[in-house]
Write a protein that binds this ligand. Structure first.
Ligand code: ADP
Ligand code: ADP
Length: 232
């Protein structure tokens, strides 16, 4: 099966005159071991789609599957467990806990879940992200790029099947952005994970295997092996 799949997804916000159809019937598959970028104009439904796929928001109708698990069948408790065990998130705003060190931030979701990190895996991730000599620093002592690398390490630490990123490079300069995209690329190429990001940056989309274009809550185009130039 696909790593994740949306089938005829709709999402309506508000009611009556103020209704907005953020998603108007989206069907899309994300193959295992593939890096997909979702692009489209502001307000086209990118964040909504990502939030529904990641189980952070409920769709109005339609189905989301992570692997073979249908999210609509899950209780809140089961959904929380699925998010913890099988999904990683990287947000535009990093969302690190300011009072914790980098390492404490990275292992926090595992700690909360009562899971022991796979130490070999964690070491590989920390090394790959160049974080070994930053582990005792607090977020305020790290650059934006370093903070986002910590957020990536946190997303990768539990070995999730799939990593979702909502504008993960939106707050980064070009060098830090390059580092984070290289890491997401490596998650796919070296670790066989599946990555789905929302981005409006052609440069970021150039790292993906596929781009899916949204407009007005619908998928309007799709492209394989995009380059920064071809998605413009
Ligand atoms: P994008 O990520 O492409 O900018 P969004 O998914 O954020 O698009 O939004 C899609 C549409 O849904 C927009 O018209 C937006 O204003 C609307 N929308 C998003 N979230 C909410 C919300 N919580 N309440 C009401 N409308 C929303
Ligand atoms: P993005 O395009 O990156 O999603 P937005 O500024 O569109 O960022 O949305 C930020 C937050 O505000 C999201 O949680 C979204 O659901 C919410 N939001 C967006 N549009 C609306 C809206 N029209 N009414 C209420 N909430 C909204």
């Amino acid at each position: 099966p696909a790593a994740a799949r949306a089938i005829d997804l709709t999402k309506v916000y508000g009611s009556g005159d103020t209704q907005v159809a953020a998603l108007a019937g989206v069907s899309v598959e994300f193959a295992k071991g593939e890096f997909t970028a979702i692009m489209g104009p502001s307000g086209s439904g990118k964040s909504t789609l990502m939030h529904c796929l990641a189980g952070l928001d409920a769709a109005s109708s339609g189905t989301v599957r992570i692997g073979e698990t249908d999210l609509t069948d899950l209780s809140d408790k089961q959904m929380t467990k699925l998010r913890r065990d099988r999904i990683g998130f990287v947000f535009q705003a990093f969302n690190l806990v300011p009072t914790l060190t980098a390492l404490e931030n990275i292992t926090l979701p595992l700690d909360i879940a009562g899971r022991k990190p796979d130490q070999d895996w964690l070491d590989t991730v920390l090394k790959r992200l160049g974080l070994i000599d930053r582990l005792t620093h607090r977020p305020s002592e790290l650059s934006g790029g370093q903070q986002q690398r910590v957020a990536c390490a946190r997303a990768l630490a539990g070995k999730p099947e799939i990593i979702f990123g909502d504008e993960p490079t939106g707050n980064l300069d070009s060098r830090a952005s390059e580092e984070v995209l290289t890491i997401l690329r490596a998650a796919v190429d070296e670790f066989g994970q599946t990555v789905v990001i929302v981005t409006h940056e052609p440069h970021a989309a150039g790292f993906a295997d596929r781009v899916v274009f949204l407009a007005d809550g619908r998928i309007v185009d799709e492209m394989r092996d995009p380059t920064a130039d071809s998605v413009l």
